[in-house]
Structures are given as C-alpha cells and as structure tokens.
Design a protein around this ligand. Structure first.
Ligand code: IPE
Ligand code: IPE
Ligand code: MG
Length: 255
C-alpha cells in the first residue's frame, strides 16, 4: 500500500497551500534567443530559478517540489546541447547539495538513470544518501523521466513481484511502484514558457492536479511568479468528481 491517498480512490484533503507542486521548467532556449545568447546560457540561468523556487517553496510551506529537468524525449536534441545539459547537471550536483542539505531539503532524482554516465549515477546516489534524513522540503528532479516509462516500469515490477494476481491488479497495487510513490499526488502543476501540454511528465499522478500555465520563461520565474500560481490555485474549486453544491454544503454531504 502507498502511504498517500489516490485522488480517484478517495477525496483528498485540500489545504490553502499546495502540499506538492510539480513544474515543467520550460522556456530556457527562448530566453537565451531573445538575448542573442546560446541556448545553454538559458539553461545556466535556469539553475538560478531553481534556487529561487526552492527557497520560495520553503518559505510558503510547500512540502514537495518536483521539477522536470530532462525528459525521455530530450535526447532528441542536438548532441552538443544534451552534453552541455549533462555537464550542468553534474555541476549542480557538485555545487548545490551542501546548501540544500543545510536548508533541510531532501533531494531525489526520478527517471531512468541507467542511461546516464556512471559518474552522474554516483553523484545522484551520494546526494540522495546525504540528504535522506531531511524533511523540510522534498525536492525531486525528474531526469530522463517520461510518464509512460514510469507506468511501464511500475507495471513490469508489479508483474515480476506478484505474478499470481495478474488480471486482478488494482490502483492500490500499482501505485507503490510508481517513481513518485513517496509523495502525495501533485496539487498544483505549473508549466512555464507558454506551451500548454504535459510533454510526458507525471501522467498518472496529475489525474486531479490543478493546472497553471504561464508565459513567463523559466529563467525569469521566481518567488513572485510562484506566488501568482499559488494564488490562482487558491481560487480553484477542487471537486474531484462531485458537484459544486456538495462542496459548499448546499446539498449536505461532503463525501
Ligand atoms: C527547458 O527549456 C529545459 C529543458 C527542456 C532541458 P527549453 O530548452 O525547452 O527552452 P525552449 O522551450 O526551447 O525555449
Ligand atoms: C519539457 O520541455 C521537458 C522539460 C522541461 C524537461 P520540452 O521543451 O522538451 O517540451 P516540448 O518538446 O516543447 O513538448
Ligand atoms: Mg522547451
């Protein structure tokens, strides 16, 4: 059994501050292009936004922050850009973990790490181990992550471990094998950079998340932009299949 409730199995508790925020950090390349800079300059600047948003989440009381850093489809980019992104990932793992640790942040990386160089895999394992006791903010980086990959790896592991129940699996059987099983489902999903699509991010987990799309490019996203998103979230009516009247109590039951 997963530690957290599934929004399709049970109506979850809704708090004013989203417990879990998931972000597609998009628009680095366009930010750089506007300034006649190479795309990588946008990625470098984007790391600063990550720092700002981590700080802002701690301040706001967000408990889980999941950031899409590299999708399973991003390997299709020019080799030079992929290589620079990998170098940036290494640098961030080498330079940022101390501060994250001091600030009580627990770092995890989700995705198919087997495709990364052994050096990156080692840095990830070290960072996860070093921050494993922290509880102030659960920061998760999705790298070589794809929502379809996630569901498939979960189904494959479930099949290997419980072949006796094939044909009778339930949501509750599959959920613990998903790579975000340590977190509640995202309350708020944000995509920067103006596109309005999921791009194979957390397909299963976003079933009942509130979506917030902004034209702000990721390198320009920070505390104020996060506050705007949370403010919008606070004005949503999360019905989870029920009617508005049920929520406001006009028809009695909240269940
Ligand atoms: C997001 O910014 C970062 C990654 C996908 C690694 P982009 O690089 O996609 O920026 P745009 O969309 O080209 O502006
Ligand atoms: C999604 O951004 C992936 C990440 C932010 C890591 P992309 O820029 O790769 O998405 P598409 O290709 O525009 O859908
Ligand atoms: Mg993009």
């Amino acid at each position: 059994m997963s530690l957290f409730k599934s929004a399709t199995r049970e109506v979850p508790e809704v708090k004013p501050v989203p417990c879990h925020v998931a972000i597609i950090m998009d628009g680095n390349g366009r930010w750089a292009k506007k300034r006649f800079l190479p795309r990588v300059a946008g990625h470098v600047k984007g790391v600063e936004s990550v720092r700002d948003v981590v700080g802002a989440c701690i301040k706001q009381g967000v408990e889980y922050l999941t950031l899409f850093a590299f999708s399973s489809e991003n390997w299709r980019r020019p080799a030079e850009e992929v290589s620079l992104l990998m170098q940036l990932f290494v640098k961030a793992l080498q330079q940022e973990v101390d501060k994250l640790n001091r600030n009580g942040v627990r770092l995890r990386v989700i995705g198919d790490l087997s495709r990364f160089e052994p050096k990156i895999q080692q840095l990830v394992a070290d960072a996860e181990a070093r921050t494993a006791e922290n509880t102030r903010l659960h920061l998760t980086i999705a790298a070589n992550y794809g929502g379809r990959w996630d569901m498939l790896q979960a189904a494959n592991r479930l099949a290997l471990e419980h072949p006796e129940r094939v044909g009778q699996w339930t949501e509750d059987d599959l959920a613990p094998y998903l790579s975000c099983a340590f977190a509640p489902e995202p309350d708020l999903f944000i995509r920067t950079g103006g596109e309005q699509r999921i791009s194979n991010f957390l397909l299963w987990q976003l079933a009942y998340s509130e979506f917030f799309f902004t034209d702000v490019l990721w390198p320009e996203f920070g505390e104020t932009a996060l506050q705007d998103a949370i403010h919008s979230y606070q004005h949503r009516e999360r019905r989870f299949g029920r009617t508005s009247e049920q929520l406001t109590g006009a028809e009695g039951s909240q269940a």
